[in-house]
Write a protein that binds this ligand. Structure first.
Ligand SMILES: [Zn+2]
Length: 616
């Protein structure tokens, strides 16, 4: 689908409206002393006029592209003025809106709310994320750019704090912040915690740092080579985009296996919540490097340049996700390229990542019916989509399939320009320009096509339409094949597959038996093109024995290997609800994991893609 609006470029400056509407300034006092118990208390004062008023709880959350504001976690709502309670009633249709009648003579409304998050989500016993959108309401219908908020935050005793939000006063556990727009406030979350470490990533010029809260002090240890890689990440991003659109930048990292998990972009910070061992475990560190590269790239691609449909004036207007294959897809690509250029990934890590993505889409049943763009348009349903039948239903494929499309565009530009130009030139034109503070500049499908054509003339409209908007059974592997590599399957485990299995405690046999299992033998998904599905297996069934032996991961792997030299089918006994069934799998091709193999008939363009740009 092509955007109707062809050349609407809107520029919004965060700070431009600060002085214009001082009468809309509200105060927000957040008490996080109970954060470790998953309760955050909040008190607001909102300037009002007598008469009907509707208060709105942030619904459409930037970066989540969905009506995902956790309205069920808003409790304890009380309105009052001068100590007298004021009644409210929720809207019968819009569950995020609360109506009240402001009495004559009242100019300031007091609002109390509590945010009760689910255990092991935003907080652990030792750290928490403070997401301001969870602890406030605002007058419905007002742009978040013109609402000014003066916020404060009280921490648990002895805890520390990090955020891009500018501080006015810091009195140990009490922080007063400078007045900012509601837009900037929500874009500047905080992390708080008992164990804190802050490391600068640049030594001169604009400040970049990584601020880490962890469940333990041991988790804060960083290997020197990791720190070197993180510093290189900042340099490589600057070399790629050539300009920055923030005043300083913070990676807000939480390390816990029991809360704080997150990956969310902001203009001047990113929320990077990972496991406690992210700096020490080899696989978790590789995954973490991609998260940091991804969220950092978003400061340019997503926060500064944003699809017109995702540029909404408040947290109430619905977002339109049709260009998420740019917002998230290009970011997903850069989130693999930047760690490789920074030395946080090896060249083989990069190739294994592209191979894993290529294999997923090459073997995907759902692409027979659903165009990629539909996974973006339906983002509010594809994000929380169930795991079962995911291969057939498709999920948020605009991320990973998007990364394949942008790799293909990169290789195309490099090949057509004999190596003189690359997607870096697109990024410099599209996301670079002059250094600015946080600014938003919208774009349309046509703007993408036009900028690509400015870099290298080509039928980019046809290229993108064929891959994004049409039902497209062949996966877009042109970047790999034209880049001098072939997708192959071998018995050697793929690093990205190992990372995913480690993270979700799964056994990925997608390209051998054609199924994904939990470590306890429960079938998470099957691929309709493979033997597991054809033998009758389905998500939700649980394997209890393999060839007569009780279930274990090792027993299954041994059975796959021994079947190579046998003509007998593998025999799986599975539980389907309270019944047991026997399924025979006629499979004899051994373990199969995706990798890229060099095609010596073509130049190795992929090596050029990940070559570092900054001499170190
Ligand atoms: Zn993203």
């Amino acid at each position: 689908m092509k955007s109707i609006r062809t050349c609407s470029i809107a520029i919004i400056l965060f700070l431009a409206s600060v002085c214009a509407c001082a009468q809309t300034a509200m105060t927000l006092n957040v008490d996080a002393t109970d954060a470790a118990r998953n309760i955050v208390h909040s008190k607001l004062t909102i300037p009002v006029k007598p008469g009907p008023l509707t208060l709105f709880y942030p619904k459409w959350i930037p970066g989540e592209h969905s009506p995902s504001g956790p309205i069920n976690d808003l409790v304890g709502l009380k309105l009052s003025a001068g100590g007298k309670p004021i009644a409210w009633r929720r809207d019968d249709v819009e569950m995020f809106a609360f109506h009240c009648d402001v009495p004559l003579g009242v100019t300031l409304l007091d609002v109390a709310v509590d945010d009760v998050s689910q255990p092991e989500t935003t907080a652990s016993a030792k750290l928490a994320r403070i997401k301001w959108n969870r602890v406030l309401v605002y007058p419905q219908g007002m742009s978040s750019d013109v609402i000014i908020v003066k916020a404060s935050l009280r921490l648990p005793s002895g805890w520390q704090f990090a955020s891009a939000l500018p501080i006015a006063n810091d009195n140990k556990d009490d922080f007063q912040f400078k007045e900012v727009s509601l837009t900037q406030l929500v874009d500047s979350p905080a992390i708080i915690g008992a164990n804190f470490r802050k490391l600068p990533l640049t030594s001169a010029g604009m400040m970049h740092d990584i601020d880490i809260m962890a469940d333990t002090t041991a988790a804060l240890e960083i290997k020197p080579e990791t720190l070197t890689g993180l510093r290189a990440l900042v340099q490589e991003a600057h070399a790629l985009f050539s300009a920055r659109h923030y005043r300083s930048y913070k990676f807000l990292v939480t390390l816990s296996d029991h809360g704080g998990s997150e990956g969310l972009e902001h203009h001047e910070s990113s929320e990077d919540g990972v496991g406690e061992k992210a700096f020490s475990d080899e696989l978790e560190l590789l995954d973490f490097a991609e998260l940091l590269g991804h969220e950092y790239a978003h400061s340019w691609n997503g926060k500064y340049r944003r699809p017109v449909g995702l540029m909404t004036p408040d947290f109430e207007q619905p977002m339109r996700g049709e260009l998420l294959w740019v917002y998230e897809g290009l970011t997903q690509y850069l989130g693999k390229v930047l760690p490789a250029r920074s030395g946080l990934w090896t060249a083989e890590d990069f190739r294994d990542a592209m191979a894993a993505v290529a294999a997923e889409f090459e073997n995907q049943a759902g692409r027979q019916w659903r165009p990629l763009v539909d996974t973006a348009i339906a983002v509010q349903f594809t994000y929380p989509s169930p795991r079962a039948w995911m291969n057939y239903r498709r999920r948020v494929d605009y991320y990973d399939e998007g990364s394949l499309i942008w790799l293909e565009a990169d290789v195309l530009i490099r090949t057509r320009s004999n190596g003189k130009l690359s997607l870096d030139d697109f990024c410099r034109r599209f996301h670079g320009g002059q250094d600015t503070g946080p600014t938003v500049k919208s774009y349309t499908f046509d703007d993408i096509v036009n900028t690509l054509n400015e870099v290298t003339p080509y039928d980019w409209r046809g290229f993108l339409n064929a891959r994004v908007n049409a039902v497209n059974p062949p996966a877009p592997l042109g970047g790999i094949t034209s880049g001098g590599w072939k997708l192959v399957y071998t018995e050697k485990p793929n690093t990205q597959v190992r990372i995913a299995d480690h993270a979700r405690k799964s056994v990925d046999l997608s390209y051998s038996l054609g199924m994904l299992l939990k470590e306890d033998g429960t079938v998470m998904d099957v691929n309709t093109n493979f033997v597991a599905f054809k033998s009758g297996l389905a998500p939700g069934m649980k394997i209890v024995s393999v060839n007569g032996r009780a279930w274990s991961i090792e027993v299954l792997h041994e059975a796959i290997t021994s079947a190579k030299s046998s003509i007998a089918p593998m025999e799986l006994v599975v539980e389907n609800g309270s019944f047991q069934e026997t399924h025979k799998l006629n499979y004899h091709d051994g373990e199969r994991y995706p990798h890229l193999e060099r095609d010596n008939t073509k130049p190795d363009v992929l090596a050029d893609v990940i070559k570092f740009r900054v001499q170190r």
